[in-house]
Design a protein around this ligand. Structure first.
Ligand SMILES: Cc1cc2nc3c(=O)[nH]c(=O)nc-3n(C[C@H](O)[C@H](O)[C@H](O)COP(=O)(O)O)c2cc1C
Length: 328
């Protein structure tokens, strides 16, 4: 039993033990990682952005064969063709998925459709305006993302700038996201009005994550200053959106050769070619010039020093938070 401050209403709403979420990470957070997180007391989001409904079905079945705990499916409406998004949502409804976690533009109609079908909607937002839109649409949980975050970054405010603003206006639980990799980070987020945290980078570097080992190894050696917010990885996205990645030859060399040959493949993932500047990060089995791909990482990477099991990560994280609260 940990300090009572570590049990928040969010855990009741999500049906998990601890207020720590594994962020939806496309390709990375699949059934193995999600089940390991939820079986260890956290709450997991299956990263299913742009996946075909058949694949979502397989992943949900595989997850359910490993865990009986609640979970969310993560989708990004703005980065998904409307017709595919429609089929993804239909599939989630028919699978009886109870939680959907959305990101990027708030799509009111999609949120409404989910709510009408009994789904609890969580929405990651990067600004006060998006938070208001998500609340108007009916979201039951807001995930406030600061610019420290790894992957696609929606807003331009630091987590500690954004969190108090969103907590002050939100009648629903707020979760802090971006750069959190320690139990102390959880305590700080709680102090600023959050009821939990959502971590991507921390769980990317676990044994169960589907990220390529190259990516995991890079993260456990990286410091905050090795990450960069840039617009270099935009292929497959509707707009040139900001992403936080580890600096590499692409981000550091404005005259990189790939700029002259953007349509020449630089690698392969599951039989499909990977092109330069793709938003897809290298997953298990990827081959080619991995160092030039999008190696997403948040600014909290300096505290991630070892590749551990997700259960050990959660255990260590919660013990740290507890010790810190006791000391306070
Ligand atoms: C490898 C990676 C992939 C990501 N993919 C997604 C995604 O598919 N959907 C999404 O909503 N967020 C995605 N994100 C962003 C996370 O939701 C979250 O905002 C971020 O991981 C929090 O920052 P942190 O990595 O510092 O913990 C991704 C993040 C990472 C690191």
């Amino acid at each position: 039993m940990y300090h009572p401050a570590l049990y928040t209403p969010l855990t009741d709403l999500l049906g998990c033990k601890y207020p720590i979420l594994c962020a939806g990470m496309g390709g990375v957070a699949r059934h193995k990682l999600a089940a390991a997180v939820s079986n260890a007391g956290g709450f997991a989001c299956l990263g299913m952005v742009r996946e075909q409904p058949e694949f979502i079905r397989e992943e949900v079945h595989r997850y359910r064969s490993l865990s009986k705990k609640h979970f969310a499916v993560n989708l990004i409406p703005a980065a998904t063709p409307a017709e595919l998004l429609d089929r993804q949502i239909t599939e989630c409804i028919s699978l009886g998925v109870r939680y959907l976690a959305f990101f990027w533009d708030v799509d009111k109609d999609i949120v409404r459709r989910c709510i009408d079908n009994g789904i609890t909607v969580m929405h990651q937002v990067g600004s006060k305006k998006d938070a208001e839109l998500a609340l108007e649409a009916g979201a039951s949980v807001l995930i406030a993302q600061g610019v420290e975050a790894g992957g696609h970054v929606r807003g331009d405010t630091s987590l500690f700038g954004l969190l108090p603003e969103i907590s002050a206006l939100s009648p629903v639980p707020v979760v802090a996201s971006g750069g959190i990799t320690t139990g102390q980070g959880l305590v700080a987020a709680l102090a600023l009005g959050a009821q939990g945290v959502s971590c991507g980078t921390l769980f990317l570097a676990t044994e169960e994550s589907n990220a390529h080992d190259f990516h995991k190894e890079k993260i456990i050696r990286a410091k905050a200053a090795d990450t960069l917010l840039c617009y270099d990885f935009h292929r497959n996205w509707p707009v040139k959106a900001a992403v936080r990645v580890l600096k590499n030859a692409i981000t550091e060399n404005p005259y990189h050769d790939y700029k002259h040959f953007p349509d020449r493949a630089i690698g392969e993932q599951d039989g499909a070619a990977i092109y330069p500047f793709s938003t897809d990060s290298p997953l298990k089995g990827a081959t080619g010039d991995l160092a030039s791909m999008a190696l997403y990482a948040g600014q909290g990477c300096a505290n991630v020093r070892k590749i551990k099991s997700a259960a050990t990560v959660i255990d260590d994280f919660m013990r740290q938070a507890n010790q810190y609260l006791d000391r306070l």
